[in-house]
Design a protein around this ligand. Sequence first.
Ligand code: DAH
Length: 332
Amino acid sequence: MTIDLKELEEKVSNEIKTAKSSSDLDEIRKTYLGKASELVAAKKQIGSLPAEERKSFGQTLNEVKNRISAATDAKQSELSLGERAIQLESERMDLTESISNPKVGHTHIVTQAWEELEDVFVGMGFRVAEGPEVETDWYNFDALNIPPSHPARDGFDTIYVNYGEKDSTVLRTHTSPVQIRTMQNQEPPIYIVAPGRVFRRDTADATHMPVFHQIEGLVIDKGISMADLAGTIEAFTTSYFGEGFSSRLRPNHFPFTEPSAEFDIQMPDGKWLELGGCGMVHPNVLKAGGIDPQKWSGFAFGFGIDRLALMKFGISDLRELFTNDMRFLSQF
Ligand code: DAH
């Protein structure tokens, strides 16, 4: 018998140990366990051994074969793990790729106008105030010197909410009720602006929407006069619209101010744009807010935000602002 099983086993063990891949192991299996291997050849020769040696040689041969087979299998699972890890890594999808150049959205043009207005007024020393969109008729009307049956109530196309006593709860028709809430919650001096959503029973067309946005201004201090109002509107005009724009006040009537005015903006091309209403806060309104008209005086103003956005971006139809068509909105 020429085969040295011990030497063979040692040699194979070393090769298994240093095998680097499944295909190395396949090669080892073929060479040492396959049909043409030394082990198979040795097995065939058992018959030619002396009878007393056959049994133990056959036994050893089987044990060696089993150990080689087991060692190859063990190495195989060890290598498979590594190979699977490598395969996974190479096939891994880089999901970050799809967000490496993300499309970032931007605020709606009404929000842009709203925030710019806040910035301008905050820059002039105003604070931002807010109030509820669902109001009582007292805050929306009575406190603003519009008692029940006052004709001004009809002018507002009010949307009533089915809550409490009949007609006692409304969707606010303007931001003016924030004047009252602010006066009730804060001692003068008061310098606030209150942007917000307002609601009216209007059919949507190019210049009307049932939901739109206003910004209200209120100043209460000692010795405030109409000149302070005109100066504030003028300062706002140049700072929001830019140099070359100016403003004017025209007499008008509002129940909550006395005297009242309409204010217009003159554009550099000379054209006038009607923007909003303003005036000296009516003594009844001060009283409703808990402020003594003998000690304090003030002015208020209010105007639409949406029209400013339309004007700024050259949009002709108010409805475009609210259809939320991305093809339209993404232009601005
Ligand atoms: N609230 C008025 C409206 O919605 C606008 C307005 C006019 C507000 C005069 C004021 C003001 O504060 O003084 O039509």
